[in-house]
Design a protein around this ligand. Structure first.
Ligand code: NAD
Length: 469
């Protein structure tokens, strides 16, 4: 027998989404989201939402990922408010028309570009930074004057529910909506004719989103992941390098899209590096990381099992202990994994760090370039030539020299992948740009109308055209 309640629910979801986007389309058509005042008002309201509810946001992030307060502030709350402050400060200048020179043939005249909003945007977030990954693109969408639907990840369900509760209380309801749900609801949303599709998550769903955008010939941004390599030149300042690697790798229990996925090092430095790495892990998270208030948990048991399976048959030199019911996996170090193993083929996205050795620096670069282009690539070195080779030879979304994820703190650096790690960039002005269409405008004067471009043509006209156009 047909499940009537499921069919009814499905119908409700479909109506709900369709109504939503129709309402948002009407709001956008009214033109009110285009004004500078509306944009700033919404951005300020978003700041208020964050400030007045920061303890609830911290609690939700802790419930979903065991995220500690400092990390919650650094990577989600403070990160989002800093992005708003920066955006509001510079919005007026971003909205100004940009003067462009005009060729002789179109004189007298003037040319300029102006940024106009795309319309109604769909923002789909991932679970690892469940607040920031929908709020930061929303900041960019509002700044550019769009309406938006945000769809937080269903895996981080406490944060998703909190967003669904708070957004309608603070933001313009006819312009900004939250839709909660998983695959079915996202599929419903993707069928709607949005003007912009902005997706953060894995490659496979990225393809689904791109296909959906293609149906409407709409603009699409894909913020994906990949295996971000971390090259360590053993001659560098290893104390600082290791501290920064431990910070970037085990923050959020390794569930960071730009976390160093694996370390590449020359053979001779392996022993020294791994001993000092283990000492630093203990220093930051203690001898019993399960007791550390600063060490997070894996999002769910399914991902926990996926990560534990990676350790099968590997040479684990530190960590490896896990408690499935607590979604806990110790900071774990593996040496010399086979490059064909799942650990070295798939994005780890968890607290396991493999170390792979090479005979020379160039061999490390060749290894990285032989694989799909990563979202981030790291090199720790004091050798200027090697640094230059790395920056020039490695194609990645972002490159960071002598540190790990800290480059994300610079809101002026465009952020996004290349190839399989994504397409399109946001943060700061880049975010404003991807939610805008740069419209070209030329205005001619009636004062003078050179006859050379009009028929009937002559040799003289052609000569003049060649000279002046
Ligand atoms: P996820 O499971 O939360 O999925 C992402 C979104 O896709 C969710 O909102 C989910 O509801 C939706 N979704 C899932 N299946 C779908 C389907 N079949 N059809 C339509 N929508 C669907 O997150 P994930 O995919 O596990 O994310 C992890 C990946 O995201 C990693 O590769 C990571 O590197 C990447 N990531 C990238 C960034 C970045 O900024 N580039 C940030 C965070 C995570």
């Amino acid at each position: 027998m047909q499940d009537v309640s499921a069919t009814f629910q499905q119908a409700q979801i479909a109506t709900y989404n369709t109504t939503n986007i129709d309402e948002l389309k009407r709001t956008f058509a009214s033109g009110r989201t285009k004004s500078y005042e509306w944009r700033v008002e919404q951005l300020n309201a978003l700041t208020l939402l964050i400030e007045e509810n920061s303890s609830d946001i911290i609690e939700a992030l802790h419930a979903d990922l065991g995220k500690c307060k400092t990390e919650a502030w650094l990577t989600e709350i403070g990160y989002s408010t800093a992005s708003i402050t920066d955006t509001v400060k510079r919005l007026k200048s971003w909205m100004k028309p940009n003067k462009i020179s005009t060729p002789m043939i179109a004189q007298p005249g003037k040319s300029y570009t102006i940024n106009e909003p795309l319309g109604v945007a769909l923002i789909i977030g991932a679970w690892n930074y469940p607040f920031q990954l929908v709020i930061t693109p929303l900041i960019a969408a509002i700044a550019a004057g769009n309406c938006a639907v945000i769809k937080p990840s269903e895996l981080s369900l406490t944060t998703s529910a909190l967003l669904a509760k708070l957004v309608p209380k603070y933001l313009d309801n006819a312009a900004i909506k939250v839709v909660e749900g998983g695959k079915d609801e996202t599929t419903e949303l993707l069928a709607q004719p949005f003007d912009k599709y902005f997706y953060t998550g894995g490659e496979q769903v990225g393809r689904i989103v791109m296909t959906a955008a293609a149906k409407h010939l709409a603009s699409v941004t894909l913020e994906l992941g990949g295996k971000s390599p971390c090259v360590v030149d053993g001659d560098t300042n290893l104390d600082v390098a290791i501290r920064r690697i431990v910070w970037g790798k085990w923050m959020n229990a390794g569930q960071t899209c730009v976390a160093p996925d694996y370390v590449l090092i020359e053979e001779e430095y392996l022993t020294d590096f791994s001993q000092r790495l283990i000492a630093e892990i203990k220093k930051q998270y203690g001898k019993e990381p399960s007791q550390s208030k600063d060490y997070g948990r894996i999002i769910n048991q399914r991902h926990c099992s996926r990560l534990i399976n990676y350790l099968d048959g590997q040479n684990v030199i530190h960590g490896g202990k896990h408690k499935l019911d607590d979604k806990f996996i110790e900071p774990t170090v593996v040496v010399q994994p086979s490059v064909d193993s799942a650990l070295m083929q798939e994005e780890i996205f968890g607290p396991i760090l493999p170390i792979v050795t090479f005979k020379s620096k160039q061999k490390m670069l060749d290894f990285i370039t032989s694989r799909p282009k990563p979202l981030a690539a790291y090199v720790f070195t004091s050798n200027a030539k090697f640094e230059a080779d790395f920056v020039e030879q490695i194609s990645a979304g972002s490159v960071c020299v002598n540190d790990t994820s800290i480059f994300m703190a610079n809101h002026d650096l465009p952020f996004g992948g290349v190839g399989t790690s994504g397409m399109g960039q946001y943060h700061g002005k880049a975010g404003f740009d991807i939610f805008s269409h740069t419209k070209s405008v030329m205005k001619r004067s009636y004062k003078f109308d050179a006859p050379i471009r009009y028929a009937p043509f002559s040799k003289l006209k052609l000569m003049l055209l060649k000279k002046f156009s």
